[in-house]
Design a protein around this ligand. Sequence first.
Ligand SMILES: [Zn+2]
Length: 116
Amino acid sequence: MGAAMGFVGIVLHDSACPDINGSGFDFLVCRDGTVIPSNQFRDDDHIHVCVEGDFSTLADDPGVVREQMFVLVKLMLRLSSAFEMDPGKVSAHGDDCPGEYFPWHELKIRIDRPPH
Ligand SMILES: [Zn+2]
């Protein structure tokens, strides 16, 4: 076998992201709190987690989103521990993904937006 997997962090998307296109994620956090893993990792460096929903508009049901964020935080902590990553190493995919209403404050972690 080759070197151990060396992920450096987690990248968050929402399902409106064109790169996701239905399947381009490693883990999908559904609106009902189910976590769906993909069959294989799509990137050697980052784990791509997609949160189901379009966060370019205000959430129509904040309770659903809060539950999703709770599941997301648990998933991120589990992944950080499993792959020995810094749990703070979470970034947004881009300026528009996840959308501007993504509730970063619910994650209670510092997020780095990618540099321009
Ligand atoms: Zn994205």
